[in-house]
Design a protein around this ligand. Structure first.
Ligand SMILES: NC(=O)c1ccc[n+]([C@@H]2O[C@H](COP(=O)([O-])OP(=O)(O)OC[C@H]3O[C@@H](n4cnc5c(N)ncnc54)[C@H](OP(=O)(O)O)[C@@H]3O)[C@@H](O)[C@H]2O)c1
Length: 241
């Protein structure tokens, strides 16, 4: 039986490329989505045409813990096993002091930190049994201090810490690692002007933005690396140096 990976936020962008990469390496794929139902269904159909019964999609809103638990339960039923979990889904926007609401806290902490933790908790027995892996997608800025982004960075640095703690706690059966992207894609809700783009490019020693594939390859590498745990790989063209 093919191994199965659950990838959160996998209907579009980086998550979609991770789904293609695992699929092309023989994995069954569970594509989690929230709002991108059409994209998730199209991707599921495309992959199932290439390899029947290889892909499924499940909707869940990570602002709700019930939805997170439901995602884990449904995922366990789809292919009868889970061997890997990739916590990729994320909400990203600025939250300047004085303008922070409870909804902002719930959205940014929910998708970037709370859902990964509770998904791991709901799936850890299954992953232990299958000697599986977890990859958390963090951010090279998660140890930085960027004004107006306190909640997002608190969530991502929490995910960074959680990766390290759980690598120790869930060993030796489950390997827990992270991938920290640098500048890969413009955030979905923000259009950068040319000046800002050039400034970003100048800050990257390798002289280009990263691609979805740069991230997906790193995730697959960690999934396949049986003697690596508790590591967070910066995939950023040297930006964090
Ligand atoms: N893009 C970059 O350059 C960059 C840089 C640093 C770190 N990263 C990290 O890399 C990962 C992928 O980046 P990306 O830019 O491809 O991500 P993205 O497009 O911003 O988000 C990925 C998916 O997360 C899902 N999501 C958001 N809020 C959710 C919620 N409340 N419940 C459930 N799902 C939710 C969305 O699914 P639906 O569309 O189905 O609603 C979305 O498609 C993220 O963890 C991000 O923080 C990216």
């Amino acid at each position: 039986m093919s191994k199965t990976v659950l990838i959160t936020g996998a209907a579009k962008r980086i998550g979609k490329e991770i789904a293609y990469t695992f699929f092309n390496n023989g994995w069954n794929v569970i594509i989690h989505f929230n709002k991108s139902e059409k994209e998730a269904k199209n991707l599921t159909e495309e992959l199932n045409k290439l390899r029947p019964n290889s892909t499924s999609s499940i909707q869940a809103n990570f602002n709700s813990l019930d939805d997170v638990i439901m995602l884990a339960e449904k995922s366990l039923e789809v292919f009868g096993q889970i061997n890997g979990l990739i916590n990729n889904a994320s909400t990203f926007y600025a939250t300047p002091m004085g303008k922070i609401s409870d909804d902002d806290w719930n959205a940014l902490i929910g998708s970037n930190l709370k859902a990964p933790l509770f998904l791991i908790q709901a799936l850890h027995k299954e992953l232990k049994e299958n000697k599986g892996f977890i990859v958390n997608i963090t951010d090279i800025n998660d140890q930085q201090t960027i004004p107006d982004h306190s909640i997002y960075l608190a969530a991502k640095s929490g995910l960074h810490t959680l990766t390290k703690v759980l690598a120790k706690e869930l060993a030796p059966e489950i390997r827990v690692n992270g991938v920290a992207p640098g500048a890969i894609l413009e955030p979905p809700n923000i259009k950068l002007d040319e000046n800002k783009k050039n400034k970003i490019l100048k800050s990257i020693p390798l002289g280009r933005m990263g691609t979805e594939s740069d991230i997906a390859k790193a995730v697959l590498f960690l999934a396949d690396s049986l003697y690596i745990t508790g590591e967070i790989l910066n995939i950023d063209g040297g930006k964090s140096l």
